[in-house]
Design a protein around this ligand. Structure first.
Ligand SMILES: [Zn+2]
Length: 293
């Protein structure tokens, strides 16, 4: 097994890689009948694109496995989301998978990723394989994400605004700063001047998913921010709201309310969509909040 290599898939290797991929997924529990040309097209969609990775494992010059991934940028780093990882049946049970995965972690680190994240299901053989390779699991509503415990990166959901910031966050909020157990955001809809969001550092769906220490720290942050809002905006009351029906990322809305003004004495709307500010006005609000923190 000494002639074992993991390299980016070359154009003339696509057919051999497609064959290995199709053979791997033809096995139980997947039992997929993939047409070779279709797989080749899928592999090519990962090749030569910025942030996309297509690797193959070869042993003695023969393709033994395929791995496809996407580099997902984050506010404080990046991670590799492993989309596909397989070893062809004739090369299985020789310890190649572990070596292949270790090499992928090394290659992704070279691309600036601080972790590898993958999605899997419980009832497939691969799940136990990933556990053996040191991955731990984070249950979500639909599947299990897995990542390495020793990585400093907290688990992030690539589709979550609080995890990846960027465009998803820009839809409704602006990042202000990190707190001890949370992150603070200005809510762009400013019907209630000073409205912000405190989101947990980790991507968890509920308070009960935090450890006791994390939960205590999270609420200390909420109280700390509330005091800052009271100092900066002099509201008559700060309202707190956490709904999260779709099981996303735990966050609290902190909504300064003003006597006899909008929604006083009632429940604040999730997003009334009435008052937007200019970038300069958002900056000024953020400075006001930061100065009071
Ligand atoms: Zn998240």
């Amino acid at each position: 097994m000494d002639d074992l290599r993991v390299q980016t898939i070359a154009p003339d290797e696509v057919d051999a890689c497609a064959a290995a991929y199709a053979a791997a997924y033809a096995q139980p529990p997947w039992d997929e009948v993939y047409e070779r040309g279709q797989v080749a097209g899928y592999l090519r969609s990962f090749m030569g694109r910025d942030g996309f990775c297509a690797w193959r494992l070869s042993v003695g010059g023969a393709v033994a496995g395929v791995a496809l991934g996407i580099v997902v940028p984050c506010p404080d780093g990046a991670f590799l989301r492993l989309e596909d990882f397989c070893v062809a049946p004739k090369w299985q049970r020789r310890g190649l998978g572990g070596a292949f995965l270790a090499e992928i972690e090394r290659l992704s680190a070279a691309l600036g990723c601080d972790s590898v994240l993958l999605a899997t299901q419980h009832d497939v053989p691969a799940h136990d394989f990933y556990l053996k390779q040191g991955f731990r699991e984070v249950p979500t509503a639909y599947m299990y994400y897995m990542y390495k415990e020793e990585n400093t990166m907290e688990y992030r959901d690539p589709n979550c605004a609080y995890c990846v910031h960027g465009e998803p966050l820009a839809q409704f909020g602006i990042y202000i700063c990190d707190l001890n157990e949370s992150k603070l955001y200005l809510f762009k809809e400013q019907s209630h001047p000073g409205r912000v969001i405190v989101a947990s550092k980790r991507h968890v769906g509920d308070l009960t998913d935090l450890t006791d220490a994390e939960r205590d720290g999270f609420f200390a942050d909420v109280a700390h921010v509330s005091r800052a809002l009271q100092a900066a905006f002099k509201p008559d009351k700060v309202n707190y709201g956490a709904y999260n029906d779709n099981g996303g990322h735990l966050h609290f809305h902190l909504v300064p309310k003003y006597r006899n003004e909008y929604e006083w004495g009632g429940v604040f709307a999730m997003n009334p969509g009435l008052v937007k500010r200019t970038d300069a006005e958002y900056d000024a609000l953020i400075e006001q909040i930061k100065a009071a923190l």
